[in-house]
Design a protein around this ligand. Structure first.
Ligand code: IPE
Ligand code: IPE
Ligand code: MG
Length: 247
């Protein structure tokens, strides 16, 4: 039986979040420069989008560029932004044909103009698709997002549309970039690093974390299926005991 056939469709995570990591090390192993790794990383994104859509995952969020990544050497930042523009413009039609809706979270105003324009066109073109939502986290970090959310809530209090006592989890959820999305049940990080790197800190509160040594350009459909199967073998207790879950 193939890995894909082993997946229990009834227990599928609705939302998978991925920290794609290891492009630079992968390139170094090939004796190439870092951007070569990023270029090859695009193939892995394509493979994961296809695999997620094929099994019926509804949301796939990919950490594409973090707030902290602006501190990389300028030539790498520029090359990543150019790669983003080309990739989005080259992929939108195929995403659309496959029923994929494109969305983005992060400080999009900080991205180069051509990048934002390409992104907005892609988002608009695919907005009615319902098979899979692909969310690119761009110029994103969780602390940026939470700071932003606190400002939004504070403004509502300031103009008296909200009282401090009525703030609850829903208020906070609604102020985040992910307001309309389900929480990720599975978070995957490649390249052997075991950290969250400022990604979806609030939303990952109860996600199952999956780490693999594979470098991102080596991560494909089979690897995604493997991660889903691993997730399906976990017991998600949400604070309860095992016995409570059985009864
Ligand atoms: C992930 O690969 C891609 C981005 C962060 C844009 P890296 O570029 O972080 O690769 P390593 O971690 O240096 O190998
Ligand atoms: C996290 O990867 C950001 C993205 C995948 C876009 P990094 O490679 O930048 O993370 P750290 O800094 O090593 O934790
Ligand atoms: Mg890295």
């Amino acid at each position: 039986m193939s890995l894909k056939e082993k997946i229990n469709i009834a227990k599928l995570p609705k939302h998978i979040a991925i920290i794609m990591d290891g492009n630079g090390r992968w390139a170094k192993q090939q004796g190439e420069d870092r951007i070569f790794g990023h270029e090859h990383g695009v193939k892995s994104v394509r493979a994961c989008v296809e695999a997620a859509a094929e099994v019926g995952v509804k949301y796939l969020t990919i950490y594409t560029f973090s707030t902290e990544n602006w501190n990389r050497p300028q030539e790498e930042v520029i090359a990543i932004m150019q790669l983003l523009v080309h990739t989005i413009s080259g992929e939108v039609e195929s995403l659309h044909k496959n029923g994929v809706r494109l969305q983005a979270i992060g400080d999009l105003d900080s991205l180069p103009k051509d990048c934002v324009e390409e992104l907005q066109m892609g988002i608009e073109r695919t907005k009615d698709n319902t098979r899979l939502t692909l969310v690119l986290a761009l110029s994103y970090s969780s602390r940026w997002e939470i700071t932003n959310a606190v400002q939004k809530i504070a403004k509502q209090i300031e103009n008296k549309t909200l009282s401090a006592n009525s703030i609850n989890e829903q208020t906070i959820n609604a102020a985040l970039c992910t307001a309309d999305m389900p929480e990720p049940e599975l978070m995957i990080r490649t390249s052997g690093e075991h950290r969250i790197s400022n990604f979806l800190l609030w939303q990952l509160a109860y996600a199952e974390l999956y780490f693999t040594d594979k470098l991102w350009p080596d991560f494909g459909k089979e690897e995604l299926y493997e991660a889903i199967l691993d997730y399906q073998n976990r017991e998600r207790r949400f604070g309860k005991t095992s016995e409570q879950l059985i009864s």
